[in-house]
Design a protein around this ligand. Structure first.
Ligand code: ASP
Ligand code: MG
Length: 411
């Protein structure tokens, strides 16, 4: 029998009524002749509640116990869905991560899946099981402890199962009906994409589009898993949702596929650092050790052997970053005249594989922003993306402007 992976997010399993609706969906695929692996999230809000309880115990909680607690939400929904499926006359069984086992690294809170053996499910499917319901987001380390895969990790569980079982498709059911050109809450004319390339999706996911966990897209790209994002609240249809696929499978696309944004960014400048070999390493080494996620980096042209170094980071890491560079300064490994932090910036990016073959995308982007009087503070580019840092108060305007400038409301 062909195999299918279906993943249901928190809002799709938020209560028993919705779990019953999910069971109906799954039943439709079983009726088509698929052996189905269903991956479920915790009921919406549950994981946040569990994380909150753990944090209340101590700011220095043990990461292994965090995983023990936080993984439990998925256990409940997996068991409930199996029960409802059985009630519908479908041969179904639930699995927690350790039972499969979903083997992972020992990085508690953000573990990576290393292996998913398939023999057990193969055997069960041959003997008549129709649906395996898997608790997403969790696995087991080599030390035998429960691990979790990072927030949003059920997407990655689903794609990993699809890859391991060579599933025909991996359908990610969520509360939106697909991947949009940008967030429809900011741009009303945002359009649902029928298809998007893995690489574009990867950029959009890591640039703040929350619909899929970034790592799940990486995995899908590596193992060429056909990934579909669709709503569990719409009537079933073969063309529903957005297909995330190889770029060869996209006939024609806009130069720019979408506009992504990260609202809460910060920018730090070390004014007048020495311009000599080793200085960047002396700055960014301690920042990395302090767990600061530095994103964009800009170094000015040097004058008199001194230069300014600017970088961007998440707003909530500014204090940590300041401490790291001040400590390095006190230790004498770096020196600078001044440290300036700007906590009021946002990052706005345009993404599209069409940029590889079309010149002038950057020029068009900068012109559109300047026509609206929006000042660009930092720019970075990659082969398929251009990102700018701007004042946060212009973020919505910038996203709308770029959506218009690249004609994204039209297919
Ligand atoms: N329940 C977990 C979370 O909220 C995993 C997931 O839903 O993907 O992050
Ligand atoms: Mg999610």
């Amino acid at each position: 029998m062909p195999r299918l992976v279906m993943k249901f997010g928190g809002t799709s399993v938020a209560n028993l009524d919705r779990i019953r609706r999910v069971a109906k969906r799954v039943g439709l695929e079983v009726a088509k002749g698929y052996d189905v692996i269903v991956v479920v999230s915790a009921m919406s809000g549950k994981t946040n509640e569990l994380v909150g309880w753990v944090r209340e115990t101590s700011p220095f909680y043990d990461a292994r116990e965090y995983d023990a607690v936080v993984s439990s939400g998925e256990n409940v929904t997996a068991g409930l869905l199996a029960l409802v499926l059985q009630e519908n006359g479908i041969d179904a069984r639930s699995w927690q991560g350790w039972q499969v086992p979903v083997k992972t690294s020992s990085a508690h809170g953000s573990a990576r899946i290393t292996d998913i053996p398939t023999a057990n499910f193969d055997d069960r499917f041959t003997r008549g099981m129709k649906v395996a319901v898997v608790a997403g987001f969790q696995g087991i380390s080599a030390e035998g402890r429960i691990t979790t895969l990072g927030r949003g990790g059920s997407d990655t569980t689903a794609v990993a199962f699809a890859a391991a079982h060579k599933a025909e498709r991996c359908d990610i059911y969520t509360d939106v009906d697909g991947v949009y050109t940008t967030d429809p809450r900011i741009v009303r004319k945002a359009r649902k994409l029928d298809r998007i390339a893995f690489e574009e999706m990867l950029e959009l996911a890591s640039l703040g589009a929350k619909v899929l966990q970034t790592r799940s897209v990486e995995l899908a790209m590596r193992y060429k898993v056909k990934l579909r994002v669709l709503s569990s609240f719409e009537e079933p249809s073969d063309t529903a949702g957005t297909l995330v696929c190889d770029e060869e499978d996209i006939m024609e696309s806009n130069v720019v596929a979408g506009v992504a944004f990260v609202r809460d960014e910060a920018k730090m400048t070390l004014v007048s650092v020495a311009d000599r070999p080793g200085v960047s390493a002396a700055i960014f080494g301690p920042l990395a050790e302090a767990g600061v996620n530095v994103d964009m980096i800009v170094q000015n042209i040097a004058e008199d052997g001194r230069t300014d170094m600017t970088f961007s980071l998440p707003v909530d890491q500014v204090a940590r970053a300041e401490k790291a560079v001040q400590t390095a300064r006190a230790a004498g490994t770096i020196n600078f005249h001044d440290l300036i932090a700007d906590e009021g910036v946002s990052k706005v990016s345009v993404v599209g594989i069409g940029m590889r073959s079309h010149a002038g995308v950057a020029a068009r982007m900068f012109k559109a922003l300047s026509d609206e009087g929006i000042n660009i503070k930092v720019i970075t580019t990659s082969e398929i993306k251009i990102s700018v840092l701007i004042d946060r108060k212009y973020m919505e305007l910038a996203v709308q402007t770029l959506h218009d400038a690249f004609g994204l409301e039209r297919a």
